[in-house]
Design a protein around this ligand. Structure first.
Ligand SMILES: Cc1ncc(COP(=O)(O)O)c(C=O)c1O
Length: 395
């Protein structure tokens, strides 16, 4: 990949711009499970697709280049990437992890790794003192999600990575919300970047995929071994879909982020909305850290209505966003963390983290933001009308 070009250009002009054998301007989908070996004493580069596949190699090389890493790995889902990376740990190890991580990561740490003797401490990652205090002699990984899901809290990647290095720990960063278009954790000192490529990277709600990137030779070897051992690799066709999505990442994210700012500003000024969480606001407690470590606020925001009844009324009335699990697609996606992304979290833990029954998360897509605002206006007016009606009935 030519490093002198900007990120936007490198999305298109990289080693996989065209197929070297045919000139085809699209990476060939090598839909093969196995590869003929002319000489079993000298096997070719590829022998079996779990261990390596040319289409997967193209994606893995592309994402490694874009994240500024030396090696990338493609997995069957974001959770497969995250779970396989946790296999770097051994019985008796300990992980310090953001308390408001994605619900599936919470479940993996809390309900799965724990059974294998890998312990954890959930912390407020924005509080460096709390992070430092949680580090134990057996801590091996500091695990960050920034902005976090769904409250968009900001962690200082460079500061946590320094703390990790001083304590012989690795720093893992889930970069799903930002993508390398906006934030490159390896350049800030992190050791491993993780993605649910299902989201902005692929971008079209048509593939479930995960990626991991490192610039650490030893970690690369270990992850390569684990990817083959665990076997949760991404299939060739899905690799191709992610590669195709990547080409438009920069322009999709630019447009969606611009629209997200407009929608967030609208919601912030609405009397029916109790709170808006968006790192693009200068009033956000993590705004300056976020501005230092990333190139934009992204396209995800959360906002709080009073309670579940208001969420129900609002979601009944709005028409444009799909009401669904997931984010980072061309269409706007509204989700309800309490019953969707964080349903795996016990209610008490969820409420402790501020994921209340009135919280909604919005991933802004490529619709005209004025149409989204008009739609939300209708939804919020309906919430108000329902509230007025019930106060008249109870009065
Ligand atoms: C921040 C974050 N990380 C990881 C995941 C898991 O990814 P996947 O659904 O591709 O397994 C998600 C899914 O929503 C996510 O939002």
């Amino acid at each position: 990949m030519t490093e002198s070009h900007t990120f936007q250009t490198r999305l298109l002009h990289n080693k996989h711009k065209f197929d070297s054998q045919t000139g085809a301007v699209s990476v060939p989908i090598q839909q093969a499970s196995t590869f003929h070996q002319a000489d079993f004493d000298n096997p070719g580069i590829y022998d079996y697709s779990r261990s390596g596949n040319p289409t997967r190699d193209a994606l893995e090389e592309t994402i490694a280049g874009l994240e500024g890493g030396s090696r990338g790995f493609a997995f069957a889902s974001g959770m497969a990437a995250i779970s396989t990376s946790f296999m770097l740990l051994s019985k008796g190890d300990h992980v310090v992890i953001s308390e408001d991580v994605y619900g599936g990561t919470f479940r993996m740490i809390h309900d799965v790794l724990y059974r294998f003797g890998i312990d954890h401490t959930f912390v407020d990652m924005t509080d460096l003192h709390e992070v430092a205090t949680a580090i134990q002699p057996n801590t091996k990984v500091l695990y960050i999600e920034t902005p976090s899901n769904p409250l968009l809290n900001i962690t200082d990647i460079q500061a946590v990575s320094k703390l990790a290095k001083a304590n012989d720990c690795l720093t893992f960063v889930d970069n799903t919300f930002m993508t390398p278009a906006l934030q490159r954790p390896l350049e800030l000192g992190a050791d491993l970047v993780l993605h649910s490529a299902t989201k902005f990277i692929a971008g079209h709600s048509d593939v479930v995929a995960g990626l991991a990137v490192t610039n650490h030779p030893e970690l690369s070897d270990q992850l390569s071994f684990l990817q083959n051992s665990f076997g949760s690799i991404l299939g060739a066709h899905d690799c191709w879909l992610v590669l195709r999505g990547l080409k438009t990442l920069d322009c999709r994210l630019k447009q969606s982020s611009e629209s997200a700012y407009k929608v967030a500003t609208y919601l912030h000024g609405h009397p029916q909305v109790e709170e808006v969480y968006y790192p693009g606001f200068s009033s956000h407690p993590g705004a300056s850290t976020h501005a230092y470590q990333s190139k934009g606020a992204g396209a995800v925001l959360s906002f709080r209505l009073k309670d579940e009844a208001e969420v129900r009324s609002f979601s009944q009335k709005i028409e444009l966003p799909v009401f669904a699990v997931s984010l980072g697609a061309v269409e706007s996606i509204l989700s309800y963390p309490a019953k969707m992304s964080h349903a795996a979290m016990p209610e008490e833990e969820r409420l402790k983290r501020g994921i209340t029954d009135g919280l909604l998360r919005l991933s802004v897509g490529l619709e005209n933001p004025d149409d989204l605002i008009k739609d939300f206006e209708t939804g919020l007016a309906y919430v108000k009308a329902r509230n007025n009606l019930s106060s008249v009935q109870s009065g």
